[in-house]
Design a protein around this ligand. Sequence first.
Ligand code: KIV
Ligand code: ZN
Length: 402
Amino acid sequence: MLLLAESDPSMNIDPNQIVFFDTTLRDGEQSPGCTMHHDEKLRMAHKLAELGVDVLEAGFAIASQGDLDSIRAIAKAVRGPRITSLARCKREDIEAAARAVEPAPSNRIHVFLASSDLHLEAKLRITRAQALEQAAESVRLARSFVDNVEFSAEDATRSDFAFMVQLVTVAVQAGATTINLPDTVGYTTPDEYKSLFQRIRAEVPGSENIIWSTHCHNDLGMAVANSLAGVEGGARQIECTINGIGERAGNAALEEIAAALATRRDKFPYTNNIVLSQLYPTSQMLGEIISFGAAPNKAIVGANAFAHESGIHQHGVLANPLTYEIMTPESVGVPANNMVLGKHSGRRMLEQRLTELGHPLTRDELDIVYHRFTELADRKKSIYDQDLIGLLSEKVTTAVTH
Ligand code: KIV
Ligand code: ZN
C-alpha cells in the first residue's frame, strides 16, 4: 500500500500528482495508418487540452517541415498543456524543436538517446563515452532554449544498469528536469519496471528534484500494467496515447491508465488533471480522424466495454449496475449503458426494451414474443429495435386470429 508523501515546498514537484504526458500526435501518429494532417492534429490537440493532459507531445519537429509547422501551430493556439517536441541528441533536431515550441507559454524540449549497448553499437555506432558526451551537450543546448527539458534513455529496460545511472546522471547535471525510462520494445514486466525506478532513484544524485517518467510499449500486452508499476516505483509522469495507438503494438492507453487510477484510488492515492468524462469523446474523435477506432473489446472506450448481452448479466446490471460494472459508463463519457439484444439475452431485458419503445406487454404476450425473439436470435447475431417491432406486429396478428 502506498502512502501519500509529504509535499516538500523546496521542490517544484508534487509527489502526490501524476503528470499525464500525451504522445498521440508523436509516437501514436508515427504508427501505420495513424498519420494525421495539420488541421486534424490541431483539432486533436484542442481536444487533448480539454481532456486535461499536462504535457502534449505535438510531434517530432525535425521529421518534416509539416511536422514542425503543426507543432508550432499547436504551440500558438492550444492553451493548457505544456507543448513539447521530440528531438534526437543532435544540434539540428534541438534547434528545430526549439523553433517549433517557441510560441507556447509553457513548453519543453524532449531529447532522447539510446542507453542500451545494442542500440549504441548497432544503430548509433557510438561508444558509451560518446553517448555520455552527446547527452550532456544536448541537454545543455536544449536548456539554452527552454527551462523545461526531458531526457529519455531509449531502450532503458534492456540497458546495463550502471551505465544508465551514469547517462541519466550527466543528463540531470546538464539540466534535465524530467527523466524518462522507456520500455521501447515492450519487454519489461511490472515488478522489473517498478524496481528499475526504485533502484535508479536511489542512485542518481538529486533524483528527488526530478520527475521520473514511464513510457511503455505494448508488445507483450503489459504497457498499462507496467506504467502503473512504474508509478509504484516512484515515477510521477506517465507517457501514453489515446486508444493506445503507437509503434507496433502501441503505447500504454491513456484512457485505461486514467480509469485505473480513478477506480483504484485505494492503490494509487494520487491526483491528476484528466477530465474522465472526456475519455470517450476524445477516443471517438481520434477514431474518426485516423479512420479506425478502438477494438470493440477495448477497455473503457470499446463499443462493448459497457455492453451486456447475456441474460444473467443484463438482469444483474438492471438490478444494480455494480454487479457487473466497476465504473459507470457516464463517468468516462460513454453516453449510456449499452444493453445488446442477442441470443444470450433474457426476458427481462426484452421486456424493458419493449417498454422503452412504448410497448409494455402482459405476461402472456411477453411469453409469445420472447419465444419468437429466441428463434430470431438463433438466426441473427444482433437484434435491433426494428426487429422487435416486427415481432410485435406478429403478436398483434396472432392476437387477432385467436
Ligand atoms: O519508445 C521510445 O523509446 C520512444 C522514445 C523516443 C521516448 O518513443
Ligand atoms: Zn515510444
